[in-house]
Ligand binder design. Structure first.
Ligand code: PEP
Length: 251
């Protein structure tokens, strides 16, 4: 039985006071990590404070990105060891907004996945097709290529520990959710890709989230699907109440 993971991706939102208020409001209300993993993916400047405030609670803290190098002349970047050093436990990699606007590629996502494991961070690896690709019936091939590239060279144990977020780009921040059948069809395919590329056990163990306009009103239906093991949520994760409802659905 795969444990569900509900991750709230705040993107570039909230000021420090709002971020602290959110975790103070949620950290003692989220269900136990034995039942569901609850994660907030916060902007870099807030990570040390949020890690400190959530210590000993069931709420985990993630970064939304990182570099793949450990240190060096990379002005403005944050390294995996810096995240690990301050107690961050998850990192989102290859979000479509980074692929579209910040030149993230399958190759850099793969380097970052290796760097994440080298620093004991759990990667949440985002994949997904554009509307044009879906309409051209390319969804499965696009997503398959992204998954294989992202996981290339990882050990079976690392793949088992990875989280893949299937996020159709046309459903992110648009209010258009993939139907639960559409979402599950792709998640089932991703699981098969992992099973064929790595092992049946890895395919069985890897957790696959759906992301794209998930909200309290549609989360139950999405999470009831056979191959959806959680959600990566943008807009509906910004309010504490709504985040808590999403977590409750995963518990
Ligand atoms: C996301 O940021 O990954 C996302 C899915 O956003 P939203 O839930 O707002 O569509």
């Amino acid at each position: 039985m795969r444990k569900k993971v509900i991750a709230g991706n705040w993107k570039m939102n909230k000021l420090l006071g709002e971020a602290v208020e959110f975790v103070e409001e949620t950290k003692n209300k989220v269900a136990s990590q034995d039942k569901v993993e609850s994660v907030v993916c916060a902007p870099f400047p807030y990570l040390p404070t949020l890690v400190e405030k959530t210590k000993g609670t069931e709420l985990a803290v993630a970064a939304q990105n990182m570099h793949f190098e450990e240190n060096g002349a990379f002005t403005g970047e944050v390294s995996p060891s810096m995240l690990a050093d301050i107690g961050v436990t998850y990192v989102v990699l290859g979000h479509s907004e980074r692929r579209e606007m910040f030149a993230e590629t399958d190759e850099t996502v793969n380097k970052k996945a290796h760097a994440a494991f080298a620093n004991h961070l759990i990667p949440i690896i985002c994949v997904g097709e554009t509307l044009d690709q879906r309409e051209a019936n390319e969804t499965m091939t696009i997503v398959e290529a992204q998954v294989k590239a992202a996981l290339a060279g990882l050990s079976e144990e690392q793949v088992k520990a990875s989280i893949i977020a299937y996020e159709p780009i046309w459903a992110i921040g648009t209010g258009k959710t993939a139907t639960s059948e559409q979402a599950n069809e792709v998640c089932t395919h991703i699981r098969k890709v992992v099973a064929d590329a790595v092992s049946a056990a890895a395919g069985d163990a890897v957790r696959i989230q759906y992301g794209g306009s998930v909200k309290p009103a549609n989360v139950d239906e999405l999470l009831s699907q056979s191959d959806i093991d959680g959600a990566l949520v943008g807009g509906a994760s910004l309010e504490a109440d709504s985040f808590l409802q999403l977590v409750e659905a995963g518990a």
